[in-house]
Design a protein around this ligand. Structure first.
Ligand code: IVH
Length: 414
């Protein structure tokens, strides 16, 4: 065997090994080897690809670390239009949706799949012969941006599918998210270097996806949950079976979903996750309810904008009011200042909130904040509660405008 063909074999072997370890680590959360041993494999592959550039493939696991700079993302047309979903905040409207569905498919039992509604950025990812081909943002639903180089940095996303009966060509759609812990770390860093922090994990995921330097994207550690398959003549009779197959090919499909036999079960799922929501490591903004049977989905069809077989039930952003006690000025290493309000404790979305961000001095001016004001606090998609307004009906007569130079309680240096 010559040197070249043994290098080729070793590259293939390392690629398969690394892909498998990635899967165990990022999807099963059950790693078999240490980070050190993983890095050894990766370094060996990087070395071989350097010595034999002809062996470097675009879906090699080494390509996840990024480095490519994209000046302008290419606009591409979606193979399947990227529609959105009808949404509701009300139980009655959800019952109406159910009644419409049942009416359109008389004499048949209807099952629903309930899924979490991930609060991130929609993405469509095309695969060909089991390999990542390209990833496109929603854009206007007809065409979006090719953000492949950035999406390839997502470790939980397979660049090569595990052996299985996958279609030659298909698209899988999902939501790119940034876990809350990562979002907080990024914001701390931004404050430190004097940049404006992101308002919530969704904005930071969307900002990250549009970065020109994929090396930077790789450092941000985006994640991606997949929830829909598109292709010609897909062989799955139900949505649930499609998801199970996609999971067996190596995609990250949330297990926090349920096939429901009745609308009451759907409500139970919604209520369960409304309570559990604060315990998730990422943000959700509701639940998506989909008719399970593909034949029934086809029967129901689409309106101009969205499918008739699915709806999202959105959770209300939890808000409350509380009294402003004082404001701390947090100063980052580089001097960026973030005013943070101390509040009388208020229960919101499962936690007791005592502090909320005022973002920056401009925000204090915009809110026309006064000393001792009663303020509205909101904890929606974002983990850091924010002050969204002032309850003017509770403002004390002759209260004084908030003055950052005289009302400072403390300056916290981080
Ligand atoms: S299904 C035909 N499932 O919410 C539409 N969407 O408001 C198929 N989303 O466009 C979408 N989690 O960006 C679906 N489990 C989930 C989802 C989900 C989040 C997003 C997605 C969608 C938007 C609709």
């Amino acid at each position: 065997m010559n040197k070249n063909s043994s290098a080729k074999e070793r590259v293939a072997e390392l690629t398969a090994l690394i892909n498998d370890h990635n899967y165990r680590y990022y999807i099963l959360s059950d790693p078999l080897i240490s980070d050190f041993d993983f890095d050894q494999l990766m370094n060996e592959l990087i070395g071989l690809e350097k010595d034999y550039p002809e062996l470097l493939e675009s879906d090699s696991p080494t390509q996840r670390v990024g480095g490519e700079i994209t000046k302008n993302f290419e606009t591409v047309k979606h193979v399947y239009p990227m529609l959105s979903l009808g949404n509701t905040y009300s139980e009655d409207e959800l019952r109406e949706f159910h009644e419409r569905v049942v009416k359109s498919i008389p004499d048949e039992k209807v099952e629903y799949v309930c899924e979490l509604k991930f609060d991130g950025v929609a993405i469509g990812i095309q695969y060909e012969n089991g390999r990542f081909k390209r990833a496109v943002t929603r854009g206007d639903g007809i065409q979006g941006d090719d953000v492949s180089t950035n999406v390839k940095t997502i470790r939980s996303l397979p660049l090569r599918l595990k052996d299985g009966n996958y279609p030659e060509q298909f698209e899988i759609r999902g939501e790119i998210i940034l876990p809350r812990a990562t979002f907080e770390r990024i914001n701390e860093e931004r404050i430190d270097i004097g940049e404006t922090p992101f308002a919530n994990p969704r904005n930071s995921a969307s900002g990250t996806l549009k970065l020109q330097d994929s090396g930077e994207v790789a450092k941000r550690k985006l994640d991606c949950f997949l929830y829909a398959l598109y292709g010609e003549n897909l062989p799955f009779p139900s949505h649930e079976e499609g998801l199970k197959a996609a999971s067996s090919w190596g995609f990250k499909i949330s297990n926090d979903r349920k096939v429901c036999q009745s609308i009451e079960e759907v409500f139970a799922f919604i209520n369960y996750w409304e309570k559990k929501r604060p315990e998730l490591p990422f943000d959700i903004d509701g639940v998506v309810i989909k008719v399970n049977s593909i034949a029934q989905q086809n029967e129901l069809g689409f309106t101009a904008k969205s499918p008739r077989w699915a709806i999202s039930f959105k959770y209300k952003a939890e808000s409350g009011s509380s009294q402003l006690l004082s404001v701390d000025y947090q100063v980052g290493r580089t001097g960026a200042i973030t005013p943070v309000a101390n509040l009388s404790p208020v229960p919101l979305a499962g936690t007791i909130v005592k502090r909320a961000t005022l973002h920056n001095e401009d925000q204090i001016v915009k809110l026309d904040l006064h000393v001792d004001d009663t303020v509205f606090v909101e904890k929606g998609g974002e983990i850091i509660p924010k002050i969204t307004g002032v309850d003017l009906s509770k403002r004390k007569a002759n209260s004084k405008k908030w003055n950052s130079s005289t009302n400072v309680r403390s300056v916290i240096l981080s």
